[in-house]
Design a protein around this ligand. Structure first.
Ligand code: SAH
Length: 458
């Protein structure tokens, strides 16, 4: 039987913080019992009050710093502690990068059992702010006022926002303007309890290279009151605006976008570039949110792929085909596979606008499609995988190992599943050359890794 927790709810304790959890909270032990303290930094001694008590851990509120870490900094954002969108604004950027590196190292050792893998220092941003190319903001009312911002961490209460330091400045301006407009023109906002009201969310996308901007109004039902006036005011405020779209979402759901888009003004797409490759982006397109670091990430993939122009490449989990198209110029033949049909539609469109006819995209699960390609006799020289957080299916890794590409470039947003999959591949004839983490999400705990694995000569 487990011992009773050595603390009680509301108790005040002193604690030494020894680590950082996956969502950025400080972690320490009180008489051997784990306590999470949001906003505390490893190395600090803190006084906390226990706010939540579970069988195996507690969560405490930071009351006072008894010692302060030299890398503690003042968060830029005034609603940082309520919002939940960022988790590490109180930690200097250089320490954030070190912590991400530690996380990769720790996963490799603990989950992968891999002690001497070369993990390069995390590639961070010069200016780790204003990096997102996409803004998604819920609209609602609070005490009769129109509010728009973020859901407070773990709730559906909208925290009103004026400035978000990780989003483009146009996003702030558009949200403020729309709040004012909605109030002045008497456009109702959506209330999820009653399922009434019109404006649910506003989505803003910006081509960080081209400057082109798209605004999407997500509405409950098809009616947009004062449509012409809304369009006129938005166009006047944003000369770079290329597209205004209405997205209809009349479901009781947390999913932001509904299925149907109606073009209100301008073009159905905006364009952006990664390297020299052009991409068309629509309201539903999946597009990496940090354009600047996406280029850094893909440069790394390109380096590890070491192409000569004669290679056959597979890009598994290809999304809208970004990696496949980024590498296409230097490959003989490229195959991409992705499970979301709309993404493949975008990928095919993107291959066309770049004039590539040696890139082929297929809809389906990678673990189904790639075995089929194997039977059809496709022999890739380089395989890229970029799976979601849960990593790759073991059977897929086996198929890839059977196809015996010289190089396997594994792009991962989750060090834990990367470590698991890398360990599996080591038993299938592959060696890890090195890992290059890239910071795609400053001010959060997320870390992206590019790993080069190569076929061991037999
Ligand atoms: N490589 C792309 C997208 C990576 S995100 C880029 O850099 O932009 C991971 C992608 O895997 C998502 O688009 C998701 O829809 C897709 N996906 C998830 N499970 C899949 C599966 N079993 N087979 C193929 N694709 C899958």
């Amino acid at each position: 039987m487990k011992a009773k927790p050595p603390i009680q709810l509301k108790q005040k304790i002193e604690l030494e913080v020894t680590g950082l959890s996956h969502n950025g909270a400080g972690v320490g032990k009180y008489e051997g019992f784990t306590v999470f303290v949001p906003m505390a930094i490893p190395g600090e001694k803190v006084r906390v009050q226990i706010k939540q008590l579970k069988k195996t851990y507690a969560v405490g509120k930071l009351l006072e710093n008894l010692t302060t870490h030299p890398e503690r900094v003042a968060p830029l954002c005034s609603i940082y502690e309520d919002c939940g969108g960022c988790q590490t604004q109180h930690i200097s950027y250089s320490m954030q990068l070190e912590q991400k590196w530690e996380r990769v190292k720790e996963s490799m050792e603990r989950i992968g059992g891999l002690k001497d893998v070369l993990i390069r220092p995390v590639l961070g941003m010069k200016h780790p702010w204003r990096y997102r190319n996409k803004v998604q903001v819920p609209f609602g009312k609070r005490q009769g006022q129109v509010v728009a911002g973020f859901y407070a961490s773990g709730t559906h209460q909208i925290v009103d926002m004026e400035t978000c330091w990780i989003q483009p400045e146009e996003g702030d301006r558009a949200v403020c303007l729309l709040k004012k407009m909605v109030a002045q023109l008497g456009i109702s906002t959506y209330d999820e309890r009653t399922h009434r009201g019109i404006l649910r969310h506003v989505l803003i996308r910006k081509g960080m290279h081209t400057g082109e901007m798209m605004i999407v109004l997500v509405t409950n039902g098809s009616h947009v009151p004062k449509k012409r006036e809304v369009i006129r005011r938005l166009r006047e405020a944003f000369p770079a605006l290329r597209s205004i779209v209405q997205n209809i979402n009349d479901q009781r759901t947390n999913v932001i976008l509904g299925k149907e888009n109606k073009l209100l003004w301008g073009e159905a797409y905006i364009y952006d570039k990664i390297g020299s490759v052009r991409f068309a982006i629509s309201p539903h397109s999946f597009f990496q949110v940090n354009s600047q670091q996406t280029e850094v990430l893909y440069q790394q993939v390109h380096k590890y792929a070491a192409l000569t122009g004669e290679e056959t490449i597979i890009d598994a989990y290809c999304g809208i085909g970004t990696i496949a198209l980024y590498l296409a110029k230097e490959a003989e033949q490229v195959y991409g596979v992705e499970i979301v049909p709309e993404a493949i539609r975008d990928a095919i469109h993107n291959a066309e606008i770049n004039g590539y006819d040696h890139v082929q995209f297929t809809v389906g699960a990678a673990e189904k499609v790639i075995p089929r390609w194997q039977k059809e006799g496709i022999h890739p020289d380089v395989v890229i995988v970029d799976p979601p957080r849960k990593g790759c299916d073991a059977a897929l890794l086996d198929t890839i190992a059977h196809m015996a590409p010289k190089r396997l470039v594994y792009v991962s947003c989750n060090p834990a599943t990367l470590a698991r999959d890398a360990k599996h591949l080591l038993t299938k004839g592959y060696a890890i050359q090195e890992i290059q983490p890239v910071d795609m999400f400053p001010q959060t705990m997320h870390v992206e890794c590019v790993t080069l694995m190569s076929r061991v000569e037999k």
